[in-house]
Design a protein around this ligand. Structure first.
Ligand code: 475
Length: 828
């Protein structure tokens, strides 16, 4: 093996195809216990993973040693979700070994794509928030920042989706049923944490009061490390995920007193904590188990951080805030604020003020949503049962906050106190986790410019008055390694040829590609790539849905969680409008379009599931209607996940980003699609606004009400009925949904959508935006007719979105929040 210097200037250990072949065969023999002539694709995949891990673990060891020696300040990313997808091709790409592996496997008679398909997605997240965490840890490792991700090692990730007669069916996801080659168990770092029980007030000999928590239960947390491989031989950081088990020590008594069965039941209850990911995206589950999940992982992680700190600092806390910064990925891990206070005050016997001072230097909080149903609140009653000592601490944090901050700025103003109190005084008193997070953090950020503005103006205006400098923005980003280089090899190759191969770590370089926007040769090459990607996707569609789609049609794609605010039903109404026009006017002139959807609905979200059902039923009808003459096809891809996204995004012509203005905090799919040359049809919402700024008004189809217009309309009083009666097309479409046209013999089966838009008041202004949405699509249809014009716009999209790399987001966090230093890795 020889050491090489990569373009990035870092040392990369390069191994060649022959060495890789030897390693794979060796692992086939000694790790898998099989042989080349009888190994299954699964065994080949495992053997290759084992070979890859030889490189990964080298990098991991070097990185951990370097961080230990340098004693660096490190970021600790706390997130209940990491939507990682597959790691095989990602690790190969980041190690610079993809081509060699492909070649080695091919010489061994295997197709690397078949091996890739052996891997289950690691779907430990719901949607945007979880995928953002995955992109961020990729960038942190790539940029050589000391960082560790903490989370839960769920046994079951996000459910698997299928359709039965058009309706969503959920089945549990068992992603590591047969083991996971990427994880390493670390029994030496097990933690024990407490829940339930009661608090006793005791006095020591000096008469000093102390609070003693007598826990009702002790649970063991077992850490599993997933190496996070930076691109081009940079750092290999760690994602540390906790698995819950019953504490041996706690069960021993029960066991000895003859309670084998009781002890087993306790085991099961303890293991339940890390059993399953809550499948609600942007809703607060409000369940006891969810609070225990949050506390379990936060407590294990804080103890892990403190153990590591104490190794070099003993009981001297004075450097803690210099060494440790913790980012809260939304409020889900916010219970870490009272937990750190408990550790400092009750355990380390620190003065309250000193402890609080430390806390406020350590935590930073990212808000990901303004939707009221997503803002976490816990019933005080529940908190008291599960975490009695933490509730007391929260009360004390709140008392001091109201007296020392709120009452100082607004003396005697009880309204302000009621609004700002961490405890909401309703008939069922609640702990407001957003308030707690703002009060306990030194920085609070939203995830796109407009969203960060709205966090200040609509969510926490009084907190801004108290701490104007606490609030900032960090616009989201996505990793170009996974979302362009690995998923779109054809376009990547073209980019390498035209602008050089530096763009994956310096995405602004894509702007050089703009020089080719008018070059007809490059336009043709770009469009030919899109065409091939579309043909590939058509094969996938055929395999998954048995639907034939024409790669020459416009591929119009909406992929994201199913939510009213994301307005998949607005897309559906547009499809119905086109269908109706075709039926009314048999020669209706339109560029053929394939509408593709990918979305999971939370299992308990009725209307979201009705929207899926309606799209599937409308699809069935349209796809079989000869009169349509292939001008329209509608496909709902089952089981949308990271791996499907990687196949759909490179094939998209049109990107649907159609949320009601003010509702989508940022969006990140919008960035991935534009990066791959899709043209956005979008509202002025979230990061769409910044995308429009970057690509220019000519290269995006913006429609609909703006945030200010939405606010005005809402305050004036919006009446969706007005649109229903004023617009005959809207009326005809909604009435159509009530007939049995799409559900023969079963009229009314699709009426839930109409009901929500009319009786339900259309809370997301679907009807208000309908007209302007249809016009935006007509504009897109017109653009597509001119191939050169379209190619130019698509090229300019790819060339203009360099801002949206997660590397830039991370650098923004570093300069505005974390203040980390890069740490180059010493190899030996
Ligand atoms: C935003 N999830 C996107 C993305 O910043 C944004 C909430 C509660 C419980 C479980 N999951 C959630 C979210 O709030 C979420 O995914 N938010 C999304 O975060 C990354 O780009 O606009 O909707």
């Amino acid at each position: 093996m020889k050491k090489q210097t990569s373009t990035a200037g870092t040392d990369v250990v390069q191994i060649n195809t022959e060495q890789l072949k030897e390693q794979i065969i060796r692992h086939l023999h000694s790790t898998l216990g099989t042989d080349v002539n009888k190994a299954s694709p699964q065994a080949w995949w495992r053997a290759t993973c084992a070979a890859v891990n030889e490189q990964v673990f080298d990098g991991l060891r070097n990185t951990q040693r370097t961080h230990y020696e340098q004693n660096t300040r490190a970021l600790h990313y706390f997130s209940l979700e990491y939507l990682m997808g597959r790691l095989f091709s990602n690790n190969l790409h980041n190690l610079g070994l993809y081509k060699q592996a492909k070649q080695a496997l091919s010489e061994l008679g295997m197709d690397i794509a078949d091996l890739e398909d052996q891997e289950e997605d690691m779907a430990l997240g719901n949607g945007g928030l979880g995928r953002l965490a995955a992109c961020f840890i990729d960038s942190l490792a790539t940029l050589n920042y000391p960082a560790i991700g903490y989370g839960i090692r769920y046994e079951h990730g996000l459910f698997e989706q299928s359709f039965q007669d058009g309706r969503q069916i959920e089945r549990p996801d068992s992603w590591r049923e047969y083991g996971n080659p990427w994880e390493i168990c670390r029994p030496e770092s097990v933690q024990e944490i407490s829940v339930y029980g009661y608090v006793e007030t005791v006095y020591d000999l000096q008469g000093k009061m102390k609070k003693v928590w007598h826990p009702g239960r002790i649970i063991k947390g077992i850490p599993w490390d997933i190496p996070v491989v930076g691109y081009n031989g940079s750092s290999v950081n760690v994602l540390r995920l906790w698995e819950s088990r019953a504490s041996d020590f706690f069960n021993w008594d029960v066991f000895n007193s003859g309670g084998y069965v009781d002890a087993s039941r306790e085991n099961i209850e303890a293991e339940t904590i890390s059993k399953v990911l809550y499948p609600n995206d942007e809703t607060d589950a409000g369940k006891e188990l969810r609070l225990i999940q949050q506390y379990f992982f936060v407590s294990c992680s804080l103890k892990d951080i403190i153990r590591r700190y104490k190794r070099s600092h003993g009981d001297d806390w004075s450097d803690f805030a210099k060494q440790v910064v913790i980012q809260l990925n939304d409020t889900h891990p916010a219970v870490s604020i009272p937990e750190l206070m408990r550790i400092l005050v009750d355990r380390a016997e620190m003065q309250w003020d000193q402890a609080w001072n430390l806390c406020q230097q350590v935590f930073a909080y990212t808000n990901h949503t303004l939707l009221p149903e997503a803002l976490e609140k816990w019933p005080v009653r529940l908190f008291e049962k599960v975490l009695p000592r933490h509730l007391e601490i929260i009360y004390e944090i709140n008392r001091r906050f109201l007296v020392e901050q709120v009452d100082v700025l607004w003396p005697g103003d009880n309204d302000k106190k009621r609004k700002l109190s961490i405890i909401e005084e309703s008939h069922e008193p609640m702990v407001r986790m957003g308030h707690l997070s703002v009060v306990g953090s030194f920085r609070v950020n939203g995830v796109a410019e407009i969203h960060s503005q709205l966090v200040k103006s609509d969510l926490f205006p009084e907190m801004v008055a108290l701490w104007p400098d606490k609030f900032t923005n960090v616009t989201n980003g996505v990793t170009p390694r996974r979302w362009l280089k690995a998923c779109n090899p054809r376009l990547s190759h073209l980019l390498d040829q035209q602008i050089g191969s530096g763009w994956p770590t310096d995405l602004k370089q894509l702007s050089k590609f703009a020089a080719f926007a008018d070059d007809s040769k490059i336009q043709d090459a770009f469009m030919a790539i899109k065409q091939q990607n579309k043909a590939d996707l058509a094969t996938v569609v055929k395999k998954l849905t048995h639907i034939d789609i024409d790669p020459h049609a416009i591929f119009d794609i909406q992929i994201k969680r199913l939510h009213e605010y994301k307005r998949q039903h607005l897309n559906l109404l547009h499809i119905l409008a086109l269908y109706r026009r075709i039926l009314q006017e048999p020669d209706y002139d339109m560029v053929p379009r394939v509408f593709l959807f990918g979305a999971k609905a939370a299992p308990g979200y009725k209307l979201a599931k009705e929207i899926i059902y309606a799209i599937n039923k409308v699809a069935e009808k349209i796809n079989h209607d000869k009169r349509v003459k292939n001008r329209l096809k509608v496909v709902f891809m089952p089981n949308y996940r990271v791996t499907l996204a990687e196949k759909m995004i490179p094939a998209a012509d049109v990107s649907e980003q159609i949320s009601t203005a003010g509702k989508e905090a940022s969006g990140t799919g919008n960035m991935k699609l534009a990066l791959n040359g899709a043209i956005t049809v979008g509202t002025m919402d979230g990061a769409n606004i910044e995308i429009a700024e970057e690509v220019g008004a000519d290269n995006i189809a913006i429609f609909g009400l703006t945030v200010d217009e939405v606010k005005t309309l809402d305050s004036k009083g919006y009446n969706s009925m007005d649109y229903y009666y004023a617009n005959p097309e809207i009326k005809a479409i909604l009435d159509w949904l009530e007939t049995d046209y799409f559900t023969p013999g079963k009229p009314g089966e699709l009426s839930a959508i109409k009901r929500s838009l009319l009786e339900g008041g259309d809370p997301y202004l679907v009807l208000a935006d309908f007209d302007s949405y249809v016009k935006a699509h007509q504009k897109v249809d017109g653009w597509y007719r001119d191939k050169a014009l379209w190619a130019k716009k698509a090229i300019l999209n790819t060339a203009s979105v360099g801002k949206f790399t997660s590397d830039r987001s991370i650098e923004d966090y570093v300069s505005r929040v974390w203040h980390l230093k890069k740490c180059g890795i010493n190899r030996n």
